[in-house]
Design a protein around this ligand. Structure first.
Ligand SMILES: Cc1cnn(-c2ccc(OCc3ccccc3)c(C(=O)O)c2)c1-c1ccc(Cl)c(F)c1
Length: 448
């Protein structure tokens, strides 16, 4: 029975894709016999209704599933709740659609999972461990990383509580209070970037037959250059729609008429699905949320403190990897706990030195996707590249794994996925050059 006591803090992010990485890490540590106190800024999410402006569903892929498997929750999450998305369904401007399977060969898929369900499952699982204590409505107001002390305000009772821990783990999101304290350490590198796009959640309700209004086992995407919209299915046959657009464009949509005109111009097929009335209500009920990317390293202070999840590596959502990368932190940390037999100084040091290359890589990939997707719709090469990728993947499945597949359907380190892509680009460039040469020679030959 390890004597160490671990603390977590999960502070509310202003807004955005916050996932319960802290709750998952609590389960991993509890499994190893540690005494864990989980401090949550918010109310017990199982008691509060869904907060507007938060992504209410997520794309769970292999890395996230692997992490849930490590605490025995994968099956329940996947088979009892997750909705498989086997292909992307691209919606053209004329309302027609075409789908491209993610992996026709092995029928791999990503799963749409409800954020509330996931959080409830993690918290419910923690109740099986008598060495996990949960404290809700605890706002972290002071951190002393050197001696491992934390001061909280209970936002319900207003009382101040000071606690001490052998290890502080900050899983408190992109605007982490624990990271803010870490930044006072020498040699701590940090960068943050807000992108010009914001996002707004809309909803496609169930149809008149209470069923899905669109084919359910797809990630629906409306790529419109600067504007992008996606829809992920929910268990109640509704869809959570996320509209990504520059803030200046959100600002220009300042009346019902302008909104309807905008959707008739860019997303005409979505209007009957969402419903004009609901579209107007939902659009003007909320305001677009910001998207920030955070890079920092190291992630630890001696053997006293560590940051994981969005606190360590907040990424833009254009690869659907935010939660999966945060959950993967827990898998890797658990491997290090086993490797170093709970010796904290070695665990934290190795986590920092080995993890940053992969978190920087997925951060760059997500940002690259963001940029590529904006330009993409004007480039017929998107479908060509995907078709070529899929053909070569079919031809040489073990050597040619398309980038999206290696990121989403394998646990290959993100930095290795990027290296793969680099040599694939070189090979494709040579193949295209070779084909051009052949065509050129053919044209010369037939001219004679
Ligand atoms: C939530 C989630 C899970 N995965 N993806 C994802 C990301 C990129 C993809 O490809 C690049 C591409 C897709 C569409 C158009 C051009 C390029 C694909 C795909 O290939 O299906 C799937 C997303 C996502 C997140 C935000 C936006 Cl805006 C989005 F479109 C998709």
């Amino acid at each position: 029975e390890a004597e160490t006591e671990d603390f977590f803090t999960e502070q509310n992010v202003i807004d955005g894709f916050v996932f319960q990485v802290g709750s998952l890490e609590a389960l991993y540590l509890a499994q190893r016999g540690h005494r864990v106190s989980l401090y949550e800024y918010r109310e017990d999410i199982r008691k509060t209704p869904q907060v507007r402006g938060r992504s209410i569903n997520l794309a769970l892929s292999v890395r996230g599933r692997q992490a849930l498997k490590g605490v025995g929750l994968e099956d329940q999450m996947i088979h009892e709740h997750g909705i498989p998305m086997r292909a992307r369904m691209i919606h053209r401007l004329d309302g027609s659609t075409y789908s491209m399977p993610y992996d026709a060969r092995t029928n791999q898929c990503i799963y749409s999972v409800g954020r509330n369900y996931l959080n409830g499952l993690l918290l419910k699982e923690s109740e099986k461990y008598d060495n996990v204590q949960k404290f809700f409505n605890y706002k972290l107001i002071q951190t002393n990383l050197k001696n491992g002390s934390l001061t909280f305000t209970n936002t319900a009772t207003k009382e101040t509580v000071e606690v001490n821990a052998d290890l502080i783990i900050g899983a408190d999101g992109a605007f982490s209070a624990v990271r803010k304290e870490m930044m006072k350490q020498p040699l701590f590198n940090f960068s943050q970037e807000y992108i010009e796009h914001g996002y707004l959640e809309l909803c496609i309700p169930p149809g008149s037959d209470d069923g899905f209004q669109m084919p359910p086992n797809y990630l629906h995407i409306w790529p419109r250059g600067q504007f992008m919209m996606i829809a992920l299915p929910n268990q109640d046959c509704s869809w959570t729609v996320t509209l990504f657009m520059p803030f200046k464009n959100f600002k220009n949509i300042n009346s019902e008429e302008v909104l309807i005109d905008f959707f008739e111009k860019y997303f005409p097929d979505s209007i009957p699905l969402i419903g004009k009335k609901k579209l107007i209500e939902d659009f003007f009920a909320g305001s677009p949320s910001p998207l920030v990317t955070v890079k920092c390293r190291p992630y630890h202070v001696k053997d006293k403190a560590l940051i994981i999840g969005d606190a360590a590596h907040a990424v833009v959502p254009f690869y659907g990897q935010g939660m999966n990368a945060g959950f993967e932190d827990c898998t890797l940390l658990d491997e290090l706990f086993k490797k170093h037999n709970d010796h904290l100084a070695s665990i934290l040091e190795e986590f920092s030195t080995t993890r940053w290359r992969d978190t920087f890589a997925i951060s760059d990939l997500a940002m690259y996707n963001y940029i590529e997707m904006r330009d993409l719709v004007n480039r017929p090469s998107y479908k060509l590249r995907k078709a070529l990728d899929d053909f070569l993947f079919w031809l040489m499945p073990d050597t040619w794994v398309p980038l999206y597949n290696s990121v989403t359907f394998t646990s290959m380190p993100y930095s290795q996925c990027v290296k793969n892509r680099t040599w694939q680009n070189k090979v494709l460039a040579m193949v295209i050059l070779f084909v051009c040469l052949l065509v050129f020679l053919f044209l010369i030959y037939t001219r004679k």
